[in-house]
Design a protein around this ligand. Structure first.
Ligand code: MUC
Ligand code: MG
Length: 372
């Protein structure tokens, strides 16, 4: 008899960050991951991760709501269903539960991990096959202190860890933020690409002033300067400036992508499995972007190794990521809950090659960091 889903367990796992990580809406000292363990009747376990930033600071799902909504609504839908048909299970979840993209992403990841292990192939192969084995990874400078950020950037360059940097701004007055960014770009010069993420903090007129100054300072990409739902403002900014706009919170899934593209947006989309309810949904968004001539960027919600590996399997299948990836989440954390960390080297990371996601839970660490 073919395998069915037997049991789904969720755990809240809290891992400290290596330094405070300052964004426009919150400062993180710790990351909370919702880890999904999905047991199947053939004895295979699939693992998944659902992670957001700063409780409810980033979006409408919190770690606690992700866990609660999986336990109460989504797991009961899946238990007893055949294990292997990910498309049917996605449709089932979408028919009975609205929203909750991060929770659905964690479950889809666990389904794909199990199916890959069952068939003896990496998740990227289930998604059509990997075109890349090593993906570029940028680093986010967000200590809140200009000199510390400069020192951190040079350290990462010297280690050959990262050569692209994203600066989190928007928490301070615009002139102060611009001075901070311009000082870092001036210190790094041509050695590094510098981009900014405003995380929706500016209204359109502030954005016009800020972006002009950032463009003059040599910044290469401006991420989500204006509020997520103000698509028209983002489209106008993309038409006004030479420096490209990166849509992040504004583009959750393929439908948002289509609306931005149809409205005349140009630039790039930050793809995140968490926004698009999993690897399959995020690749649908990537197809819309490609059809519209919009660049791709492999984004993160600062997932740990499991969510990062799931994202890498999706990004590896894509023909070209014009802006690379930011899959550095595990490097921001003081420890890990897998037996073998991802291999970061030469300004990027290797795609895991073992079946499924290619990562294994460390049971002792999991117990240690799980919320009691
Ligand atoms: C975001 O908005 O892009 C990605 C990198 C980082 O530091 O924060 C995230 C979220
Ligand atoms: Mg962003």
């Amino acid at each position: 008899m073919s395998s069915v889903i037997e049991r789904i367990e969720t755990l809240l796992v809290d891992l400290p960050t290596i330094r405070p990580h300052k964004l426009s809406m919150t400062t993180m000292a710790c990351q909370t991951m919702v880890i999904v363990r999905m047991r199947h009747s053939d004895g295979i376990e699939g693992v998944g991760e659902g992670t957001t930033i700063g409780g409810l600071a980033y979006g409408p799902e919190s770690p606690e709501s992700i866990k609660c909504n999986i336990d109460t609504y989504l797991a009961p839908l899946l238990v007893g269903q055949p294990s292997g048909n990910v498309n049917a299970l996605r449709a089932l979840m979408n028919r009975h539960a609205r929203g909750n993209a991060i929770a659905k992403s964690a479950l889809e990841t666990a389904l794909l991990d199990a199916q890959g292990k069952r068939l003896g192939v990496p998740v990227a192969e289930l998604l059509g096959g990997a075109r890349e084995a090593h993906l570029p990874v940028l680093w986010t400078l967000a200590s809140g202190d200009t000199q510390k950020d400069i020192d951190e950037a040079f350290q990462r360059l010297d280690e050959r860890r990262h050569c692209d940097f994203k600066l989190k701004i928007g928490a301070n007055p615009v002139d102060q933020d611009v001075r901070h960014v311009a000082a870092i770009k001036a210190a790094l010069g041509e050695r590094a690409s510098v981009r900014v993420d405003v995380n929706q903090a500016w209204d359109e007129s502030t954005a016009v002033r800020g972006i002009q100054a950032l463009q003059d300072a040599g910044i290469e990409l401006i991420e989500q300067a204006t509020p997520a739902r103000e698509h028209e403002a983002l489209i106008r900014l993309s038409k006004r400036f030479n420096v490209p706009m990166l849509a992040d919170e504004a583009v959750q899934d393929a439908r948002d992508g289509l609306s931005l593209a149809a409205g005349g947006f140009s630039g790039a989309f930050a793809l995140k499995i968490a926004k698009s309810a999993g690897p399959r949904g995020v690749l649908e968004l990537a197809s819309v972007a490609q059809a519209a001539g919009i660049g791709l960027y492999g984004g993160t919600l600062l997932e740990g190794t499991i969510g990062t590996a799931a994202s890498l399997h999706a990004w590896a299948t894509l023909p070209e990521m014009a802006w690379g990836t930011e899959m550095f989440g595990p490097l921001l954390l003081t420890d890990d809950i897998v037996t073998e960390p991802l291999n970061y080297h030469d300004f990027g990371v290797d795609l895991p090659t073992a079946p499924g996601l290619g990562v294994t839970l460390d049971e002792d660490k999991l117990v240690h960091y799980s919320r009691k």
